[in-house]
Design a protein around this ligand. Structure first.
Ligand code: NOJ
Length: 782
């Protein structure tokens, strides 16, 4: 609670108030940067453009030497005050004593892991997600970090892409709301405060649209789709004052982001007025050779710096090639200065020139134990994790469970404290994580009534296991049981038979939803489906707890199970949060931020698709239509979907008018009633559709949402205001316009089941209007 008050403050600050901060040059800052740049040699300037971590090509000692020799501007993957101090001490031994900054992948918490991005987004709870980011900033800065490589805001509509796990899902509007809140919470009221960290949003741009969901792949997309559906979250980060932007690995209409002048100079810098620092992704400058847009690393360095990539992450192209490029005149010193200025400006904004040890502090303040339990924020993590859980099925009120029951906890993920932390779990410790088994045991409080069997491994495929367990990883990320699959299954069935209810914890190892982890199938890996069938055959009530980082195609398992709870990877306190929901101490309220397809062949299944010439109609299912004839129509679970232990009824939708005049507002209202027996929260969602525009418009587009808590029997009017601004989109000429004509407005508790009304946006040039209620044929008439 103490934190929530502070968070609310940041959320409440106006975009302009914050946007003016990072990167913006005051007179004092400009003088300081001019003066410093004037003293720097070319080699020192080039040093500032390098951001590196300890790795195979660079030992710790070499890195310290490079820092002392002014050959590095930033260091990442060093977390912990004493280690950061060693590097900053080295920087203070350099000729100009320019501090280095420290960065880390803090994507969903730092020492305390919060749910992964998809989980956070499932809360549809902006203040809670803000709080998680503020805590991440507190914990990261307390470890000496100045910058975090987050938020990850890539729109992902292809669940095969393993990195869909990290972002906010498929919708630009929802993603933008989280993005702006997280940027503000990470950066705090002033970046120069010790508890603020600079956000480096990523991956600019369109990483999530990689063809076939295959990581690092290419993107080919119309500009209007780009501006409409994929770019808004990055722009939201800029509007919220993000200090840095990391570029993506992909090519965009043929041109890699890392050499894309249009993307960086025209869109980011010129159109959006971004004043901060641009970073390449890991090795991405050198990768320009692989992309086939540079013959050599020298050409690659030239293309990147000219395109506007200020810092190069973990390759040697800038270090080795820029000196010769400047000498030959291929790159001007002004181009180098432009990039250096952005790096120094970030350090200035972070307060590092005033105090290079601002976040590192004095040795006397170092924690005696780096993973001291008191450094965690458990209650906040549990609260956010509960909100991230999505109830997908609950037949015959199978949930909540009784604490007096005996429970068989089965599955390869049931006891995992590694997987529950999720990918990119920074330095959160598995030893401090609560598994689902732990959480259920805490809730029941009687070890005799919590039975366990592993049941199956996450995969039996040696190639998959080798992929997941990086060579030399100790302990390995994925454990393999030495018993035969048959023995494991037999034991699980025996254990299940002894219990009142079975909770099967199934899904993916966290490494399956990670960088470079694209899947060609969306079914449960390994023998988990067989395990579920065998458990069902015991006749015991069967609850599936899904742990995964992408939508899965689990139609069969859905049909078999009595209840299905999507838990994503829910973080340090995940097990307790899951138990809170399983036993009814918390009424689930999560809603999916991404559509679940029935099969991989159905992809893409995003909800905001176009209507097509022959949309599927339930009334004429056999007619030729835009569907797969060998698959049921529509997704398994739609965007925005999630059940509760109580029942919410939504009234018909009423509009304050059927006409919207430019400059005026229209109110869309429903009455939501909790007609069940438990208090609960739900998310009321507002969608619109342009019915007759100059280009075909999506069947639904999210334009607003409100999370409400209702007591049993309570009802509330939920109203949304719509203005011409909400109806704007990018037309074929890339103009952002609201076109006069008929619109549909829809409100519901998910994107499928909505109440609908229509209105007309008036043409200001017309003076007489007829509202034609015939959809599709509706026109403005004079
Ligand atoms: C590569 C990843 O794409 C990016 O998200 C991450 O921030 C960097 N590596 C640094 O770890």
């Amino acid at each position: 609670m103490r934190l929530l008050a502070a968070i609310t403050l940041y959320v409440g600050l106006s975009a302009q108030a914050i946007a003016g901060m990072p990167g913006t040059e005051t007179e004092e800052k400009a003088r300081f940067l001019d003066d410093l740049l004037g003293q720097m040699t070319l080699a020192e300037k080039i040093g500032q453009l390098r951001l590196n971590c300890i790795g195979p090509g660079l030992t710790r000692e070499q890195m310290l030497e490079e820092v002392a020799a002014s050959a590095l501007g930033g260091v990442f993957y060093v977390a912990g005050r004493s280690e950061a101090r060693a590097f900053q001490d080295a920087a203070m031994r350099s000729r100009l004593k320019i501090p280095v900054f420290f960065a880390y992948d803090v994507i969903h918490g730092h020492r305390t892991a919060f749910p992964i991005g998809l989980g956070l987004a499932s809360s549809w709870d902006v203040p809670s997600v803000s709080m998680s980011a503020r805590i991440a900033a507190l914990e990261a800065s307390a470890d000496g970090l100045d910058m975090v490589f987050s938020p990850m805001v890539d729109i992902a509509r292809d669940p095969r892409w393993g990195r869909a796990s990290e972002g906010w899902g498929e919708d630009a509007y929802l993603a933008s709301r989280f993005t702006e809140a997280v940027v503000r919470s990470l950066q705090g009221p002033r970046l120069s405060e010790a508890s603020s960290v600079m956000a480096s949003s990523k991956h600019f741009a369109l990483y999530g649209a990689a063809e076939g969901g295959r990581d690092f792949n290419s993107v080919d997309m119309s500009l209007s789709k780009m501006y409409q559906d994929y770019l808004p979250p990055y722009q939201a980060a800029v509007n919220a004052g993000v200090g840095a932007m990391m570029l993506s690995y992909v090519t965009i209409n043929g041109v890699p982001a890392t050499s894309n002048r249009w993307l960086i100079r025209d869109v980011l810098r010129s159109q959006w007025q971004f004043k901060g620092l641009t970073l390449s992704d890991f090795n991405a400058v050198a990768d320009l050779v692989s992309h086939g847009v540079a013959r050599t690393r020298r050409e690659a360095a030239m293309r990147a710096i000219k395109a506007g990539v200020n810092m190069s992450m973990s390759d040697t192209a800038y270090r080795d090639e820029l000196p010769a490029l400047v000498k030959s005149g291929a790159v001007t010193e002004e181009e180098i200065d432009e990039a250096v200025r952005a790096v120094l400006g970030a350090k200035y904004d972070l307060g590092l020139f005033k105090d290079p040890y601002l976040r590192i502090g004095d040795a006397s303040g170092d924690p005696a134990q780096i993973d001291d339990e008191r450094r965690l924020h458990r209650s906040e993590a549990r609260d956010v994790a509960r909100k991230s859980l999505v109830l997908l099925k609950n037949q015959n009120a199978a949930l909540p469970l009784k604490k007096t029951a005996s429970v068989a906890v089965v599955g390869p993920l049931a006891k995992s404290r590694v997987d529950i932390l999720g990918t990119w779990s920074s330095i959160a410790s598995p030893a401090q994580a609560v598994s689902v088994y732990d959480g259920i045991s805490h809730a029941i409080g009687d070890p005799k009534r919590v039975l366990y069997a592993r049941g199956a491994d996450i995969s039996d495929d040696p190639a998959v296991l080798d992929y997941l367990n990086a060579p030399g990883a100790n302990p390995p990320d994925v454990e393999v049981d030495p018993r035969t699959p048959e023995n494991m299954l037999k034991e699980a069935v025996e254990v299940a038979s002894q219990a009142d209810v079975v909770v099967a914890v199934v899904g993916e190892a966290r490494g399956m939803s990670h960088e470079g982890a694209s899947r060609s199938s969306l079914t449960l890996p390994g023998r988990q489906s067989l395990l579920i069938q065998a458990l069902k055959a015991t006749g015991k009530p069967l609850v599936l707890v899904l742990m995964n980082g992408r939508p899965l195609s689990i139609g069969q398992e859905h049909d078999i199970a009595d209840a299905v709870l999507e838990t994503w990877y829910s973080g340090t306190e995940g097990g307790n949060a899951i138990a809170d929901v399983l036993f009814g101490d918390y009424n689930p309220s999560g809603k999916l931020p991404i559509t679940f397809p029935r099969s991989v062949g159905q992809i893409p299944t995003y909800y905001s698709h176009l209507n097509t010439s022959r949309p599927f109609k339930v009334s004429t299912p056999l007619a030729a239509s835009s569907r797969y004839f060998d698959e049921d129509y529509g997704p398994l679970y739609p965007f925005g979907f999630g059940l509760s232990y109580t029942q919410f009824d939504v009234s018909e939708l009423t509009l304050s008018s059927t006409i919207l005049k430019p400059g005026e507002r229209l109110r869309a209202s429903v009455v939501v009633k909790n007609s069940g027996k438990r208090a609960g929260e739900t998310v009321v969602q507002l969608y619109i559709r342009g019915l007759s525009a100059s280009v075909s418009r999506p069947v639904k587009e999210l334009k607003g949402f409100e999370k409400i808590m209702l007591q049993p029997g309570e009802e509330r009017v939920v109203s949304f205001q719509l203005s011409e601004e909400d109806l704007k989109y990018y037309n074929a000429q890339l103009e952002r316009v609201a076109e006069p004509g008929p619109f549909s407005v829809m409100v519901g508790l998910d994107s499928r089941d909505v109440k609908e009304q229509r209105f007309e946006l008036l043409d200001p040039a017309s003076d007489h209007y007829v509202f034609d209620n015939n959809p599709g044929a509706s026109r403005m008439m004079k």
